[in-house]
Design a protein around this ligand. Structure first.
Ligand SMILES: [Zn+2]
Length: 64
């Protein structure tokens, strides 16, 4: 069941790509849900998101 659930989530590569580009805010609700779901089950990507969020906060608003 867990395996099936994981199948609906994003792959690590896709998740890290979205996170590093800060594209999660532009995703559809389904994509965002899948990203959230992946972060719940993947400690590696969850940590990556925390780092990205910290960096973005540290750099301030670089997007206009
Ligand atoms: Zn992952």
């Amino acid at each position: 069941m867990l395996k099936r659930l994981l199948g609906h989530t994003l792959m690590c590569r896709e998740a890290s790509r979205l996170l590093s580009r800060g594209e999660d805010a532009q995703l559809s609700w389904l994509q965002r849900w899948r990203l959230r779901a992946h972060l719940r089950v993947c400690a590696m990507c969850a940590r990556f998101e925390t780092q990205m969020r910290f960096l973005r906060t540290a750099m301030g608003r670089y997007r206009t």
